[in-house]
Design a protein around this ligand. Structure first.
Ligand SMILES: *Cc1c(COP(=O)(O)O)cnc(C)c1O
Length: 405
C-alpha cells in the first residue's frame, strides 16, 4: 500500500509537534460549505465544524470578503489605537444582550474566562474568597480557567492554582445551594456541558443558579463559549432558559473560524474594570472582529436562528428513528447534539463515520458529539441519519483500530 499524503503529514506532525493532541487521523486541506476535503482529496460532510466554530461552514463568501477586505485595510492596530470593527462588534453584542452590557474582546475562549475571573474579583471585593464551578465542566486550559475546570484528569496535574474552587455536581440545585454562601465570589457554569458530552441540565437549572446568586450576592458567570452565537437556535442559550447572567463569555462560533473571544459584563459588572486592569495585544483584532461581524450579519440576514431550530429538530428526529443496539438515544438543542452509545465505542464510531465521509467527534468514550455548521441543510443532516445504522453496524462489528483513513 502506498503512503498517503495524510500519512506523510501525520509523520511530519509527530516529528515536530508536542503530542498534546495525539496525532489527528486526518489532515484537512480545504472546505466548501458544509464539506471539507483532506490532503488526499477525500470529501467529508463536516458535522463538528472545528468544535462548534465554523458557524458559516467553510469558504463562506461573507466571511472571506470581510477577512480579505479588513486584512488589506489594516490587519492589526494594538490597543494603543481603536478601530471601527471592534466598536461595531461590541455594539452588536451589547444590543443582542439587551443593550446594557460592556464588552472586553479577547482572542480565545480561555482568555474570555480569564477576563471574567478578573472582572469578578474586581467587582466583588476581597471578602469573597472562593469560586464555585461544576463537576466535569470545561472553562479553558490557561491556569485560571483550568482551576475552574471540573475535569480532574486535566486539572489536577497542574495545580495548585492559588484559588479556592469548589465543584458542585452539574444540574444539582440542592448541591449548588449548599456550596454557595455570601463569601462566594462567583458561580461559573455552562448552559449545557459541551466537553463533558453535551450534557443538558434540568430545565429550571439556570433560573435556579440565578436565584442562588441573587440570594448570596455571588456573580453568575455563564460560559457560552460553545453554546453561544446561534448554536442552540438562540443567540445565547440563556435566552431560552429565561435567566440572565452577570457575566457572559463567548468565543468558538463568534469568529466563524477566526480566533476571537468576548467577555460581557452586565449591570455592575459592566463597569467593574478600570483602566489598566486587563489587556490583550491581539484581543479585538480588526480581522477577527470583521469576521465576527460577518458571522452576526449572516446569521441575521440568512435567518439562521430559526434554521438551526428546524434542522436541529430534523436531526434529533432522524436520530430518534434509528433503532440500533449501540444507540441509547440523543440529547442537546439546535445543532448541538450528542449520540449516547451503549458501550465505549465512540472512537470506533468516529473512525467508521470518517471512512463513510462524515466527520463527527468522539467527545467521551461513549458519546459522539455533533456540532455542524449552522448552515447545514435538512438534506445533509438526512444523509448522515440515513448512513447512521450502517456506521453503527460496522463500528459494532469490526471495531477498527489504527490510523485513518
Ligand atoms: C472551548 C471552550 C472553552 C475554551 O476555549 P478555547 O478557545 O479553547 O480556549 C471554554 N469553555 C467552553 C465551554 C468551551 O467549550
Amino acid at each position: 500500500m502506498s503512503t498517503t499524503r495524510n500519512d506523510a503529514l501525520r509523520a511530519r506532525f509527530e516529528a515536530v509537534m508536542m503530542p498534546t493532541y495525539g496525532t489527528p487521523p486526518i489532515a484537512l486541506e480545504r472546505g466548501e460549505g458544509c464539506h471539507v476535503f483532506d490532503v488526499d482529496g477525500n470529501r467529508y460532510l463536516d458535522l463538528i465544524a472545528g468544535i462548534a466554530v465554523s458557524a458559516l461552514g467553510h469558504n463562506h463568501p461573507a466571511l472571506v470578503r470581510a477577512v480579505a477586505q479588513q486584512a488589506s485595510r489594516i490587519a492589526h492596530t494594538s490597543n494603543l489605537f481603536l478601530h471601527e470593527p471592534e466598536v461595531e462588534l461590541a455594539e452588536r453584542l451589547t444590543a443582542l444582550t439587551g443593550g446594557q452590557a460592556r464588552v472586553f474582546l479577547a482572542s480565545s475562549g480561555t482568555e474570555a474566562t480569564e477576563a471574567a475571573l478578573k472582572l469578578v474579583k474586581r467587582a466583588v471585593g476581597a471578602g469573597r474568597t472562593y469560586f464555585v464551578s461544576t463537576v466535569n465542566s470545561f472553562h479553558g486550559r490557561s491556569s485560571g480557567a483550568l482551576a475552574l475546570t471540573g475535569k480532574d484528569a486535566i486539572r489536577e496535574p497542574f495545580g495548585p492554582f492559588g484559588m479556592d474552587v469548589r465543584f458542585a455536581p452539574y444540574g444539582d440545585v440542592a448541591a449548588l445551594r449548599e456550596a454557595v454562601d455570601d463569601s462566594c465570589a462567583a458561580v461559573f457554569v455552562e448552559p449545557t456541558q459541551g466537553e463533558a458530552g453535551v450534557v443538558t441540565p434540568p430545565d429550571s437549572y439556570l433560573r435556579e443558579v440565578r436565584a442562588v446568586c441573587d440570594a448570596t450576592g455571588a456573580a453568575f458567570v455563564l460560559d457560552e463559549i460553545q453554546s453561544g452565537i446561534g448554536r442552540t437556535g438562540h443567540w445565547f442559550a440563556y435566552q431560552a432558559a429565561d435567566a440572565t447572567p452577570d457575566v457572559l463569555t463567548l468565543a468558538k462560533g463568534l469568529g466563524g473560524g477566526l480566533p476571537i473571544g468576548a467577555c460581557l459584563g452586565m449591570g455592575r459588572y459592566a463597569t467593574a474594570f478600570a483602566k489598566g486592569d486587563h489587556g490583550s495585544t491581539f484581543g479585538g483584532n480588526p480581522v477577527a472582529a470583521a469576521a465576527a461581524l460577518a458571522v452576526l450579519d449572516t446569521i441575521e440576514s440568512q435567518g439562521l436562528l430559526p434554521h438551526v431550530t428546524e434542522v436541529g429538530t430534523a436531526l434529533a428526529d432522524g436520530i430518534a428513528a434509528v433503532d440500533h443496539p449501540l444507540l441509547a438515544g440523543s440529547r442537546g438543542a439546535g445543532l448541538w447534539r450528542a449520540l449516547a452509545l451503549t458501550s465505549e465505542c465512540a472512537a470506533d464510531v468516529q473512525t467508521v463515520a470518517a471512512r463513510h465521509g462524515f466527520l463527527v467527534n468522539a467527545v467521551t468514550p461513549d458519546t459522539i458529539r455533533l456540532a455542524p455548521p449552522l448552515t447545514i441543510t435538512r438534506e445533509q443532516v438526512g444523509e448522515f441519519t440515513l448512513a447512521l445504522p450502517k456506521i453503527l453496524d460496522l463500528a459494532a462489528e469490526d471495531t477498527p483500530k489504527g490510523p485513518m483513513p
